[in-house]
Design a protein around this ligand. Structure first.
Ligand code: ZN
Length: 496
């Protein structure tokens, strides 16, 4: 399926990429954009619907105030100007995912415009200009059944679920991004990552790319080096992970470069990204006039008053990049160690664990290794694991106090995750505390010495490094519930 591709380095010698990103963010409001239906992922199909979001004749929409509030906060956080008054518009199209045959969106009057985001990629700073952030509603979801591709073309039949129809969305559109050169794909990825962190910090969205609550359409075109006229672009739809954004952009650069170098023309179209690593053509790209936009007559203009906007400005969180720099310094992590935290989405969890008393290194260790593995195994987000930052800090406190060692601490975590109570309760219920009573330890040491007389003889001769075998025997005897360092001391004492 892969088209002809040019070597990336060669493409970068001939062309300059021009990037454009459209990101859709699903807001986590309790109800939908224009009706009182629950805004919930994963419900029984078509259970969260009503005459408004089904577009039944005579039903009238009412704007969700919380969605407006989130839109304004997002606009402010992106450095945008908030419109004193703006309107909704009908974007007309005929497709079964919207029963109204139009999507209520914003067209010439977005709620927020002219913003700026600064990103650092490999030590270089890029200024990304935001053209607009506008409000709209999501469409329903079609499921195509019976075909090999999962697309409508070869399906036997299709199902439609209107639960998502009417979910509040913010679409954030950049101006064309030039001057990124070979870093274009990395800048695209960094930008979406930045938006994800920002939305999370604002608390306005779940930003789960795999569930579609943050979706990116990646536009890219190429200009021959030394020219300034933009080429025809492609728009790769719904790329649903950060890594895929980078891969899809790189693929399109290489594909378009091969087309242009062979004297061909890039077709302006939408394309689909396949996780196997290539894009295929979708429909040819509609122009705005195809949608016959016109102002929505059923909704009044949105005119947020100045005092409210300023009040919302006061609720903005510390920008993620600033917060990141501050915490990285305070915690003393190297850039890569800290980047791993941010990329895993565990920054807030680790911050809360540190606040609850754990050292940054310990908090990082538990969330990025043991807990990340369990989240991965059970297919949930770290934050969804049934263990709180305070409980993780309590586990580490048990380790620091010598009540359990690292290995036993993992069993304490097992117990907490299984709902057996607080870490200290799990230690008691599962009898996990290390044996700290020297007489019990000494008995176990004597048993080990009796079982391995050859090893004991070596240690007596001064080969202390042989003690490992005896420590292992003692640990096994005590089911791992001993402090290995103390066991070593007792063995050496006993045999010297
Ligand atoms: Zn509804």
């Amino acid at each position: 399926m892969s088209a002809e591709l040019m070597d990336f380095a060669e493409a970068m010698e001939l062309f300059d990429p021009v990037l454009g990103l459209e990101v859709h963010v699903e807001l986590n409001t309790a109800t939908k954009m224009f009706c009182g239906c629950a805004n919930q992922f994963g419900s029984e199909p078509n259970s969260n619907t009503c005459p408004v979001c089904l577009g039944l004749p005579g039903s009238l929409p009412v704007v969700n105030g919380k969605a407006i509030e989130s839109a304004i906060r997002i606009g402010l956080a992106l450095g945008c100007t908030i419109a004193e008054s703006c309107r909704f518009a009908r974007k007309n199209y005929f497709y079964p995912d919207m029963t109204k045959d139009f999507q209520t969106s914003q067209y010439d009057e977005p709620i927020a415009a002219e913003g700026l985001v600064e990103l650092e990629v490999d030590g270089e700073v890029f200024a990304i200009e935001i053209e607009r952030a506008h409000m709209e509603e999501d469409a329903g979801k079609l499921v195509h059944v019976g075909g090999a591709s999962g697309r409508i073309g070869d399906a036997e039949y299709s199902l439609v679920d209107y639960n998502r129809a009417g979910t509040p969305l913010i679409e954030i559109v950049t101006k064309p991004i030039t001057g990124t050169g070979a870093k274009a794909a990395a800048v695209g990825r960094a930008y979406v990552s930045y938006l994800r962190d920002l939305m999370r910090a604002l608390g306005v969205s779940d930003v789960r790319m795999e569930q579609g609550s943050l979706r990116c359409d990646a536009n890219i075109s190429l200009m021959p080096k030394g020219t300034t006229t933009f080429g025809l672009r492609t728009e790769t739809k719904n790329v649903n992970s950060l890594r895929s954004i980078e891969n899809a952009l790189t693929y399109e650069i290489r594909r378009q470069a091969a087309v242009l170098a062979a004297g061909g023309k890039v077709t302006q179209e939408t394309r689909h990204w396949h996780e196997e690593g290539y894009t295929t053509p979708g429909r040819s790209k509609e122009e705005a006039e195809d949608y016959r936009y016109f102002p929505e007559p059923d909704l009044v203009p949105v005119a947020p008053n100045h005092a409210w906007v300023e009040e919302l400005r006061g609720t903005l969180p510390e920008p993620p990049a600033v917060k990141g720099k501050r915490l990285q310094q305070a915690w003393g992590f190297a850039a890569q160690e800290f980047a791993d935290i941010v990329n895993s989405g565990s920054l807030d969890l680790i911050e809360a664990t540190v606040t609850a008393g754990a050292s940054p290194a310990a908090a990082r260790k538990w969330w990025l290794t043991e807990l990340a593995r369990r989240a991965n195994e059970t297919g949930v987000e770290l934050a969804e694991l049934p263990i709180s930052p305070a409980q993780v800090a309590a586990v580490q406190a048990l380790v620091d106090a010598g009540t359990v060692n690292d290995k036993l601490a993992r069993q304490v975590i097992d117990g907490v995750l299984a709902g057996e109570g607080e870490p200290a309760e799990v230690v008691v219920a599962r009898n996990l505390a290390v044996v700290s009573d020297d007489s019990a330890l000494t008995e176990a040491v004597d048993r080990a010495i009796a079982a391995y007389p050859d090893v004991a003889a070596k240690i007596r001769e001064g080969k202390v490094q042989a003690a490992g075998a005896l420590i292992g025997a003692v640990m096994k005897d005590l089911r791992g519930q001993a402090d290995a360092a103390r066991v070593r001391e007792l063995i050496v004492d006993r045999l010297s």
